[in-house]
Write a protein that binds this ligand. Structure first.
Ligand SMILES: [Fe+2]
Length: 141
């Protein structure tokens, strides 16, 4: 779930993070609801398709912003994004090969939420801190 203290002070990125949290939260809500699995699976697929693409757009925008401000830890950050993407792709592949089993989707939902909280809550915060340490207001960029 989104919290205002996840904000890094850059509007575009904060809005994208909010949307990611909203979708992952929605995903978690669907997979945990008591609705029968056949009904949930369609929504699960839709949300997953959206997220796959949105994560890539977001990472690209965030990396472009880091380039723009000459962020010193950009390489480390790119590696973290690559790992995140790889994690998602592994699940996408698994679902393609083995179908959407409830157990694996629950596991995926849990991991997605954890990744998001850890990454946005820690690593992305350092971008905002860097901008402020340079005497800038992140939102002016
Ligand atoms: Fe990031």
């Amino acid at each position: 779930m989104w919290k205002d203290n996840y904000k890094i002070g850059v509007n575009l990125i904060d809005e994208q993070h909010k949307e990611l949290f909203r979708r992952v939260w929605e995903f978690t809500r669907i997979i945990r609801s008591s609705e029968n699995w056949e009904n949930r699976i369609e929504q699960v697929k839709k949300t997953m398709d959206f997220m796959k693409d949105y994560v890539i757009i977001h990472f690209n925008d965030e990396e472009a912003y880091q380039e723009e401000i000459n962020y010193p830890d950009i390489e480390l950050h790119k590696q973290a994004h690559a790992k995140f993407r790889e994690g998602i792709n592994q699940y996408v592949e698994l679902f393609e090969n083995e179908g959407f089993t409830e157990e694996k989707i629950q596991e995926f939902g849990g991991k997605l939420m954890t990744w998001l909280i850890v990454h946005v809550g820690k690593m992305d915060q350092q971008i905002g801190e860097y901008v402020r340490s340079q005497g800038g207001q992140a939102n002016e960029s």
